[in-house]
Design a protein around this ligand. Structure first.
Ligand SMILES: [Zn+2]
Length: 160
């Protein structure tokens, strides 16, 4: 890939990145999958502000890339996004803690959150994981606000 210093802008430049066929991200900081792995690594370090939003991140990512999950799984993820948008992060933590307790009782090993019907196809226009990443690094400053934009965009895409 050419560096920005030496490149001469032309109409062909946009073709250097492969846009995501599901969420529409441009791919300029890597594929959505690569960005998701960067984000998961931050979540799993249990550092804030990232860790608190882990379940919301996963839900937004899967709903914006519905080919990666079954309808059943997407229904559960949709509940997380809807509750986050409507009631906030604490309500999400209550929901996921309850689901973990239920799973522990059953020992089924399967995450299960009883879901609202999932969207057939989500085509976000407002914000993607690329926007949350800012420059591919998911900086802490403004992170919470960007997650809210991502969740709002995911919820709006479902309604349209
Ligand atoms: Zn994507």
């Amino acid at each position: 890939m050419r560096s920005y210093e030496t490149s001469v802008p032309s109409y062909g430049d946009a073709m250097e990145f492969e846009a995501c066929g599901e969420c529409g991200a441009t791919g300029r900081w890597g594929t959505c999958e690569q960005l998701f792995h960067v984000l998961l690594a931050l979540d799993h370090e249990r550092r804030q502000p990232w860790a608190a939003y882990h379940s919301v991140n996963v839900a937004c990512y899967l709903l914006q890339h519905p080919s990666l999950a079954s309808r059943e799984v997407l229904a559960g993820q949709w509940s997380i996004v809807a509750i986050f948008v409507d009631e906030g992060l604490e309500a999400v933590h209550t929901l996921t803690a309850r689901a973990v307790r239920r799973n522990n009782c059953r020992a089924s090993g399967r995450a299960e959150i009883v879901g609202r019907p999932a969207p057939q196809a989500v085509r976000p226009v407002g914000a993607t994981i690329e926007d949350v990443s800012v420059d591919g690094s998911f900086p802490a400053t403004g992170y919470e606000g960007r997650i809210r934009l991502w969740a709002d965009a995911t919820a709006t895409a479902r309604a349209s």
